[in-house]
Structure formats: C-alpha cells, structure tokens
Design a protein around this ligand. Structure first.
Ligand code: HMG
Ligand code: MG
Length: 304
C-alpha cells in the first residue's frame, strides 16, 4: 500500500484573506463545502483575528453557523487561525453553538519584523499570547482541540531577507514546548529551493524530535513549490498545505511593488505527491471542481 500524505486546503483562509472585494459568507461556505468533497483531510476555513487587521474574515463566526447546514463529511477537519485568547473565546462560542472545530492554528514567525507587521507583537509576545490558547484548546468543552503552530518566514522574510534554519528551529522548539501538536513551516513568500527547504526541515526535526508533525506550507512565487514538495517528501514530511486554484497570500507579506504570492495549487500538490508514489485519498474530478469554484471567486473580485 502506498504511504498516505495528509493535505490541508487553506484557500478559504489564506486564499481569501487578502481579497479586497467583500465576499458574501454564503460564497465562503459554498467554497468550503466544495473543497470538502475533494477528499482533503483538513480545510483551514477562516481566522478568528481582529477584523480591523483582516476585514475579509470578520465573518468567521457567521461562516461556522452556515457550515452547520452544509454537507461536510466528518472525516474532514475544519480549522481556523487564532492569534490570542480572544480568538479562542470565539472558538468556544462556535463549539457551543454550532459545529465542531477540530483544530486551531496559532501563528508566529522566525523574523521579528514580520511578526511585528503581522501581529503587532515580538515573537516572544506572540508565544505569550498562545499559552492560554493552548490551555483552552486542551480543555475545550466537547473534547480537546488540536493545535497547529505556524512559523512564517521559514526560509526568507519579505522585510529582512534570508532566515537561518536555526532561528526557525528555535521558534518551532518554543512552540512545541508550549504544547502545540504540529509545526507548520511557512515559506511565506515562496523563496524556498529544494536545498533550503530540505535544510530547514532537517534542522527543525532535530530540534523538535519525532513527536510533532511537520507540515509544509508553500507559496509558489517562482514555480519551485513542486520541487520543494519532492525535497520535503525525501526528508520524511507527510503533511502539506495547498490552496484550491492556488489562491493565497498574507497581506502583511505584500510590498508596494509585489502582492504576496499564492499558495501551491491543490491540483499541483496532488500531482507531485502521486507521481512520487504516495496516495492522498483525493478525487481528481472534485479537485478540478473546487479549483473552478475558487477561481470564480477571484474572477468575481477582478470584474467587480
Ligand atoms: P493589536 O491591535 O495589537 O491587538 O492586534 P489589540 O489586543 O490591541 O486589539 C485590537 C483590536 O482588535 C481590539 O478591538 C480588539 O478587541 C480586537 P477594538 O477595541 O479596537 O475595537 N481583537 C480581536 N477581535 C477579534 N478577534 C480577535 C481579536 N483580538 C483582538 N482574536 C492581533 C493583535 C493579533 C489581534 C492582530 O494583529 C491580528 O488580528 N493580526 C492578524 C494578522 C493575520 O491574520 N495575518 C494573516 C495570517 S498569517 C499568514 O497569512 C501566514 C501563514 O499563511 C503562513 C505563511 O504563509 O507563512 C499562516
Ligand atoms: Mg500563507
């Protein structure tokens, strides 16, 4: 039997968060439902962050209310970004009122400048904010919620340039010490090469041991993401993020000259993973349909 690779589609969160057009919550719920049919393991549905910082995702609670009536197989984990205790209070409300959230994702960076720009906090301050999030996740009514910990700028920072793997590993170690179950290495601006990706995975794995899952979150700026997936598979990574239609990009990774790049497209990720001899449990036709639906949301924004 081929070994299984786990996939999270982050299009509803990373893909939509920078879209300037206010996207109706109904459209977002429909997108989540259509992605759920692809057979991916997880969908990062939204973020419980400040609506002043990410206006597009200010409807996170309402989205979960709508998702309650959508056809989402139980096998698909729904997750959301949470930056602080306030976000976790919202997650508790969703759990109590509507439908289960299986995972939350805290997010920090291996670059102080990016951390400040993205969350108005130093790396240590972000970690201090995560401590109550991890405790609340473990004690959540209805059962524990898994916690993923993103480390952005795992290869390069849009402001400060190259980031040493040892810095990434240090932040990953501190997240694991806090109690996160999974480390998600974000190549925020798609600067990675197969060599740099393999190096950072090796150094992080050494720092955190074999327990926590390592996930790779690639943005495909220079068309190298597929090669980076191959390198990561060789390093033992079996969990990847992607976005239907390659949507994506953090607004705080954009510069005046360049909008933040999209995530690796779900279809591209699946093609590479299958070609390397692994299975994903996804359905090609459903993946195509999700890609079309995701593109339509962007096209509607472009023509609005
Ligand atoms: P702050 O301004 O320092 O915090 O923001 P604050 O505590 O002073 O709060 C400011 C306002 O936000 C207050 O409201 C709070 O109540 C409210 P006001 O009194 O002014 O009306 N607030 C909240 N509202 C809803 N939910 C919350 C929440 N917390 C505070 N959870 C904060 C700090 C972290 C909140 C802010 O910086 C923030 O929300 N940042 C989010 C940035 C973000 O989501 N970026 C994109 C995701 S990261 C990414 O894309 C990278 C990734 O894809 C990986 C990769 O590619 O590398 C993950
Ligand atoms: Mg991202």
């Amino acid at each position: 039997m081929p070994e299984r690779v786990r996939i999270t589609d982050v299009a509803p969160r990373d893909g939509l968060q920078s879209e300037p057009r206010p996207i109706p919550t109904e459209e977002k719920a429909a997108l989540v439902e259509i992605i759920a049919r692809t057979g991916v393991d997880e969908i990062e549905a939204t973020s419980f962050v400040s609506p002043r910082w990410i206006p597009q995702l200010g409807d996170a609670h309402d989205l979960f209310v709508l998702l309650k009536d959508r056809d989402i197989p139980e096998s698909v984990t729904l997750s959301a970004l949470v930056p602080n205790q306030r976000g976790m209070d919202e997650v508790y409300k969703v759990r109590a009122e509507t439908m289960p959230i299986g995972k939350v994702a805290v997010f920090t960076a291996a670059s102080e400048t990016f951390s400040k720009r993205n969350t108005n906090a130093t790396i240590q301050e972000t970690l201090d904010r995560f401590a109550p999030v991890v405790t609340m996740a473990a004690e959540a009514p209805g059962g524990p919620i898994a916690v993923r910990g993103y480390v952005s700028c795992a290869v390069k920072c849009p402001y400060d340039g190259d980031v040493a793997p040892s810095r990434v590993a240090d932040v990953a170690r501190r997240l694991v010490d806090l109690g996160v179950d999974e480390i998600d290495l974000g190549d925020t601006i798609g600067a990675g090469t197969p060599d740099s990706i393999a190096r950072v995975i090796g150094v992080v794995r050494e720092a955190i041991g074999d327990g926590p899952t390592i996930t790779l979150h690639l943005h495909d700026t220079f068309g190298r993401a597929a090669d980076c997936v191959r390198a990561a598979l060789r390093e033992g990574v079996r969990s990847f993020d992607a976005a239907s239609a390659g949507l994506g990009g953090c607004p705080y990774a954009s510069t005046p000259h360049r909008r933040a790049p999209g995530n690796i497209a779900l279809a591209t990720l699946i093609d590479v993973v299958h070609a390397e001899g692994y299975e994903t449990g996804t359905d090609a036709e459903a993946v195509r349909a999700a890609g079309v639906a995701a593109s339509k949301i962007l096209e509607a924004g472009a023509s609005a």
